[in-house]
Unconditional design. Structure first.
Length: 54
């Protein structure tokens, strides 16, 4: 999950470096934020399924 988050932030940083428009930069940042929240919600609500039985 961390790899996807940092990949999205790196893509946004690359757009900043290429001097894209402010709308494209903010749009990319918001997309990364929304995807991060969705991944986090999925990660928190999923069962661990460790299968520990003694």
């Amino acid at each position: 999950m961390d790899t996807l988050i940092f990949g999205g932030l790196l893509a946004t940083l690359y757009a900043l470096h290429r001097q894209r428009s402010r709308a494209a930069l903010l749009g990319g940042w918001w997309i990364v934020l929304v995807l991060t929240v969705i991944l986090l919600a999925h990660h928190i609500t999923s069962s661990l399924g460790l299968g520990l039985s003694y």
